[in-house]
Design a protein around this ligand. Structure first.
Ligand SMILES: Nc1ncnc2c1ncn2[C@@H]1O[C@H](COP(=O)(O)OP(=O)(O)O)[C@@H](O)[C@H]1O
Ligand SMILES: [Mg+2]
Length: 311
């Protein structure tokens, strides 16, 4: 059997009196797209900074692809590419120079390094910006530049810390597509996020961390199946009136501003879709579509913690 990409046992981190990680266990298999989720302050950055060698653990053991993080320090550095949450580059350095410099850290021979950098610039659609200073790139290009920098030494494990925090919808979708491609090409991905819908869209498996403890660790599908309540959004052709909603009182209806969508919520064990559908039809509501809400993972989080998922 091949070694896990990440194997963490009893990992603790103490910052003075503050315990950021309380002995967590986590395993990520090669090829997985794994999400580490949790609100701000949960311990996500601490965990990945330990994996990337930027933060020293207090206790516990970590192996990357079977290599001990401490004893095989150099090997582990080569295995990981880190995309940090903050832009941490020199604003005045030129993009291509930054990438070539990064290759130098890993001892990649110069001609090979130049070849790789040019290839990555093309792949990430940054080729025409290679001579630009970093400060002249748009926000989206800076994000891609950070990903490019993390890929120069061809890491088997790409770790991204909140890659789409504060990123607009179009760019977020473009980054998602890029990450899916990298994963499909064989790179194991660990992503932290407090956008639970992002994890739902991307990750095969997720762990939820809260106050330095892992409170759930399962396939995204299994976690979604633990939801006891179902929330659906029904789109209609006509305006929804008071009378049409009267029969839906049991389903906690909320209507959108346009009056053509109603959100309904019900207990999966006691109510089936047919009953909901019948009530809609009997109320004379002209249904054009029914879809589940897209933030279901956030509901799992609420169910687990009994509080708001977003920080
Ligand atoms: N360098 C540090 N010194 C002291 N406390 C820290 C440091 N870095 C993080 N913390 C604290 O550790 C906890 C976990 O932080 P962090 O790992 O950054 O969480 P997350 O990335 O999930 O938001 C928080 O309470 C945070 O304030
Ligand atoms: Mg963080």
């Amino acid at each position: 059997m091949t070694a896990p990409a990440i194997s963490i046992q009893g990992l603790s981190k103490q910052y003075g009196d503050l315990t950021a990680l309380h002995g967590i266990d986590l395993e990520v298999q090669p090829g997985e797209f794994f999400g580490l989720l949790g609100p701000n302050g949960a311990g996500k950055t601490t965990t990945i900074n330990i994996l990337a060698g930027l933060c020293v653990k207090t206790a516990g053991t970590v192996q990357l692809f079977g290599h001990d993080l401490v004893r095989e320090y150099r090997r582990c550095r080569e295995l990981v590419g880190l995309v940090p949450q903050e832009f941490n580059f020199d604003q005045f350095v030129r993009l291509r120079v930054m990438l070539v410099f990064q290759g130098g850290f890993f001892g990649i021979p110069t001609p090979e390094c130049h070849r790789r950098v040019d290839e990555i610039l093309r792949t990430l659609d940054l080729d025409d910006k290679k001579q630009s200073q970093m400060r002249h790139l748009s926000g989206g290009m800076k994000r891609r530049a950070l990903i490019a920098r993390a890929l120069v030494h061809r890491p088997q494990l790409l770790i991204l810390d909140e890659p789409t925090a504060g990123v607009d919808v179009d760019l977020r979708k473009a980054l998602w597509a890029l990450l899916r491609e990298l994963n499909a090409a064989g790179t194991t991905i660990l992503l932290t996020t407090h956008y639970l819908e992002e994890a739902e869209a991307l990750c095969d498996r997720v762990a939820i961390i809260d106050h330095g403890r892992i409170i759930a660790d399962d396939s995204t599908r299994n976690l979604l199946n633990t939801l006891t309540r179902e929330t659906i959004i029904v789109t209609t052709t006509g305006g929804l009136s008071e009378t049409s909603l009267a029969g839906l009182a049991d389903y906690d209806p909320t209507v959108n501003g346009g009056g053509d969508e109603v959100r309904l919520s019900f207990d999966k064990a006691s109510t089936d879709y047919n009953a909901v559908l019948r009530t809609l039809l009997e109320g004379g509501i002209d249904v054009t579509s029914i879809r589940p809400v897209d933030n279901r993972l956030e509901q799992v989080f609420l169910q687990l913690t009994g509080r708001q998922g977003k920080a």
